[in-house]
Design a protein around this ligand. Structure first.
Ligand code: DP6
Length: 394
């Protein structure tokens, strides 16, 4: 009998950003956050976990084919230990269950998007790990309970255990038992929510979110102001989502991205995640909204220069038109939804972008996707491990 499970998990992009920890070991945030889960048909992490009595002692894990050391007190090790403990509780309750919790694990994980694209892979990766182990161990815990474990792997990962629109409640308890993710609305509530990711070229290695946010907590006074404002924004954006009020959703999303990058600038030494291309994308989207007479698109940026632009499906032609016009990509864009770009609105002020626009490749590629579902379980045939428990060559 082979005990194995394969699961996929999505990427999520926050509209209200998580930036700052009040507990760095348990990964407890200084504020609640809210994100949109993106479609796994386009971006996903897949993980296979297998437990076997006959494996040589010790857990082993491969990420995109490369073996990673699993330190017992490291983030991955903590997630594995916690899920094992939950399994052993089930084994104690029911002695007929195989003692999977005592057997060594082999885990292989694979992202279908290049890490070099600078997209956060830790959130989907950790969520896929938790989802596949929960499946392997047949755990009875809910996605919110599982999010408590994923959170300890990487804060933003807890939000990837749900589809749709997801809140991570900061919680008040010091043991972190109430710092978990919850669904605000499912994917089916607002399926027309689309996203265009502009992958921006950037040669330099940026500051990691983990160390960047810690520096902000230690040195930024502006963070205190941000922490006063976020609770109101969480309320307002949840209402906007429930009422499908795009203008309100977009306005809060842009404000919160700008607030997050402001506290980065207020950190010492300052952290700059946006580059000139990112800033130019902001100018284009602001002008697209102004010349359209209403807010039709929202930009948001994480800990890097890539832009994520949220827009309703009906307005994607305008977004693609504006981006293609000023930021020609190196590859000819092929839209997965077959949506064609549209001309700029009349009255669009071309002067918001430097003359001649940007050189080809300043934005490397566009990834057009939409709101998606939560983790999925795959069949045996889709396992990433071979019969011996080693990663398959993909
Ligand atoms: C800017 O979740 O990567 O993307 O908890 O230290 O692993 P750790 O940090 P991480 O931080 C994500 C920061 C962000 C905002 C967000 O996703 O909410």
């Amino acid at each position: 009998m082979v005990y194995a499970a394969t699961a996929t998990a999505p990427v999520n992009i926050a509209c209200i950003k998580y930036w700052g920890k009040r507990d760095t070991k348990l990964i407890l945030p200084t504020n609640s956050s809210l994100s949109v889960t993106l479609d796994q048909d386009h971006l996903r992490s897949t993980t296979t976990s297998r437990a076997d009595e006959s494996f040589e002692k010790g857990d082993r894990l491969w990420l995109n084919g490369k073996e990673e050391v699993v330190k017992p007190d490291g983030r991955l090790g903590v997630c594995i230990t916690e899920l094992r403990n939950w399994r052993s509780i089930e084994e104690e309750k029911d002695s007929s269950l195989p003692k999977l919790s005592q057997w060594p694990l082999r885990i292989a994980s694979y992202n279908n998007f290049p890490t070099a694209a600078g997209l956060a892979s830790s959130a989907s990766g950790l969520a896929a790990l938790v989802a596949s182990l929960a499946r392997l161990y047949q755990l009875p815990q809910t996605p919110s309970q599982l999010s408590l474990i994923a959170r300890q792997g990487s804060g933003s990962a807890c939000r990837s255990l749900f589809g749709g629109f997801v809140a991570w409640r900061e919680g008040v308890k010091s043991d972190g038992s109430d710092s978990l993710a919850e669904e605000v609305a499912p994917q089916s509530h607002w399926p027309d929510m689309h996203a265009v990711i502009c992958v921006v070229s950037d040669a330099k290695k940026g500051t990691s979110s983990t160390s960047g946010m810690q520096r902000t907590v230690e040195t930024s006074t502006l963070l205190q102001e941000r922490l006063r404002i976020v609770p109101g924004r969480m309320e307002a954006i949840s209402t906007a989502i429930k009422e499908k009020n795009f203008e309100e959703f977009a306005s809060i999303t842009m404000k919160d991205s700008n607030s997050f990058h402001s506290v980065c600038l207020d950190t010492s030494p300052p952290i700059f995640y946006l580059n000139d291309v990112s800033k130019s994308i902001i100018a284009v989207i602001e002008e697209l909204n102004r010349s359209s007479g209403k807010i039709i698109a929202a930009y948001t940026f994480d800990a890097g220069p890539n832009a994520v632009i949220y827009a309703l499906k009906e307005n994607i032609p305008k977004v693609l038109g504006a981006i293609n016009r000023f930021f020609p990509t190196s590859e000819e864009p092929r839209d997965p939804f077959g949506i064609a770009a549209q001309d700029l609105p009349e009255g669009f002020d071309l002067k918001v972008v430097r003359e001649g626009g940007w050189e080809k490749g300043a934005v490397k590629t566009l990834i057009h996707t939409r709101v998606g579902d939560g983790p999925r379980t795959l069949s045996k045939e889709e396992s990433l491990l071979n019969d011996k428990g080693e990663p398959k060559v993909l």
